[in-house]
Design a protein around this ligand. Structure first.
Ligand code: ZN
Length: 60
């Protein structure tokens, strides 16, 4: 088995990676991929929430 990041032999302490650096690199990729989902949701939220329940009904 080889490291999915750099294709070196894996270290059992860091499987499936060869080192902490590669494990961190993969975690960083995973977090980056994860951030794109909530950020696209944020575009929808203000519009739908303001439509359903206005925060300041007395403003007018
Ligand atoms: Zn590696």
């Amino acid at each position: 088995m080889t490291c999915p990041i750099c294709s070196k032999p894996t270290d059992k302490s860091y499987r499936p990676f060869c080192s902490k650096r590669c494990a961190d690199a993969d975690l960083g990729n995973w977090i980056k991929g994860n951030y794109s989902i909530p950020s696209s949701n944020l575009e929808d939220m203000p519009e739908s929430s303001s439509k359903d329940a206005p925060r300041f009904p007395q403003r007018h």
